[in-house]
Design a protein around this ligand. Structure first.
Ligand code: PLP
Length: 450
């Protein structure tokens, strides 16, 4: 290991890094990023990388976009901050809510702003509780999530998340969160089972969970159309159409977590459209502003909103909100990002590149280390296995995902290891030659790791 540079040393001396093996930092150092342009980022040593993850699945328009920068500057000059508490409003918050309503895949009446995806999902749970209290059903409070789901890191959002590291050591999950089976056909399908049979089994298992717990105790189910941080798990054919009637039958809301899927990523405006999901409410963040400022939102239909109005008339005020929820900078950037998605026709660009993305990912399944390639639009994952024939996973101590991703980094590209899966979520503005270069670097790293 080369000695740490001055900036790396200062970094580890003072910054508490999230999602990091803290005990190894003095050995591994950190990668300190200095600037970015288009799909490229540059570290403090001047090394260039293709950012194949859009940061954390969020910088969909890449780096250094002049139109977004101008929109931010203009908004900061006009009004750097104001809030929406106590019936205050700002023009960017209004405009963005109007745009989100226009784009939503189901009728949406109101948009509640947060600063992040975790806050959006936390808010979803509070709203589901408030709603059922409003309707006089205080026992209907449990939330169903899924194993391998990722919904964030606040106490409730981390409880909804179905991944060990988010629970271990933090005394989570809290009571009242149920984790249904993960609908990952490659991993959880039985010998000889077809994808359709697997879907039916997942639906039956959800029904059994609801009946076991008592439907009168369950408020909502939350789901990402494509599960992101759990390993880019694409739902099996017919999954959402199979589970939705079960939820409807028991008056259980379906919360659609579009934090990664939303804004053209899967080849439609919403992952819900790509994967036949009919949501009750929606959570958005990340590509909402293309990550140029933090912002999240919860989108609710009118019948639910009217129940809040009615309940609030009895309680006095709606007692929930974040200081920075609906920050004018974030909202102005949200408005501009959506305008850019539309006028540069990012959706058609994603659709045009998706076949190449799919072809190159699928091509990698020939590699001895690759068990499965998964994709939806321009988000994908490669699951690495110790034995292709039996799908045997690597021993966790092997750290295969982390090893491969560090080899990719050495070749000038950033991808994210999610356990044994290498995730890809390039900026949606990526060009064909840049996408090919990203795959070439990934392929080179896999060959070296073999
Ligand atoms: N929901 C999903 C699907 C996510 O992928 C994430 C973050 O990766 C979150 C929620 C949490 O968002 P944030 O990190 O902005 O709190």
């Amino acid at each position: 290991m080369p000695p740490l540079s001055n900036v790396q040393q200062r970094d580890i001396d003072s910054v508490f890094h999230p999602y990091t093996p803290l005990h190894k930092l003095s050995e591994t150092g950190t990668l300190v990023i200095d600037h970015g342009k288009g799909v490229f980022i540059y570290d403090t040593q001047g090394n260039e990388y293709i950012e194949g993850m859009s940061g954390l699945w969020c910088a969909g328009l890449g780096f250094g976009d002049e139109e977004l920068i101008d929109a931010a500057t203009e908004q900061l000059r006009a009004l750097p901050y104001y809030h929406l508490f106590a019936a205050r409003g700002t023009e960017p918050a209004i405009e963005l809510a109007e745009k989100l309503k226009e784009l939503a895949p189901v009728p949406i009446s109101k948009v509640f702003y947060t600063s992040s995806g975790s806050e959006a999902n936390d808010t979803q749970v509070k709203l589901a509780w408030y709603y059922n209290n409003a309707l006089g059903r205080p026992e209907k409070k449990k939330i169903i999530s899924r194993q391998k789901a990722y919904h964030g890191v606040t106490i409730m959002a981390a409880s909804l998340t179905g991944l060990g590291p988010n629970h271990k050591g933090f005394d989570l999950p809290v009571d009242g969160v149920l984790h249904a089976e993960c609908p990952h056909f490659y991993r959880n399908g039985l010998e000889g089972e077809t994808e359709e049979e697997f879907t039916a089994r997942m639906a039956n298992s959800l029904r059994a969970l609801i009946e076991r717990e008592g439907p009168e105790t369950i408020a909502a189910m939350i789901a990402e159309p494509v599960m992101g941080a759990g390993g880019v798990i694409v739902p099996p054919k017919g999954y959402f159409p199979a589970i939705k009637p079960i939820l409807d039958e028991h008056d259980i809301m379906l919360i659609d977590d579009e934090v990664i899927n939303g804004f053209c990523r899967t080849g439609n405006w919403w992952g819900a459209e790509t994967h036949d999901m009919v949501p009750t409410t929606m959570s958005v963040a990340k590509q909402l502003t293309s990550a140029y400022a933090p912002l999240g939102a919860v989108m609710v239909p009118d019948d639910i909103y009217q129940a809040f109005v009615d309940y609030t008339s009895r309680l006095g005020t709606f007692g929930h909100g974040f200081t920075y929820g609906g920050h004018p900078l974030g909202c102005a950037l949200g408005v501009k990002a959506i305008e850019i998605y539309q006028k540069r026709d990012i959706l058609s660009h994603v659709r045009a590149l998706a076949p190449l993305f799919e072809r190159r990912l699928t091509g990698l399944t020939e590699h001895p280390l690759v068990g499965e390639a998964r994709f939806s639009g321009l988000v994908g994952g490669l699951e690495l296995v110790a034995d292709k024939a039996t799908k045997r996973a690597f021993d966790p101590s092997h750290g295969v995902g982390a090893k491969v991703s560090s080899l990719i980094e050495k070749r000038g590209a950033i991808l994210r290891p999610l356990g044994d899966t290498i995730a890809m979520c390039p900026p949606m503005i990526i060009k064909e030659d840049e996408l090919n270069a990203l795959f070439d670097r990934l392929e080179g790293a896999l060959d070296e790791a073999e």
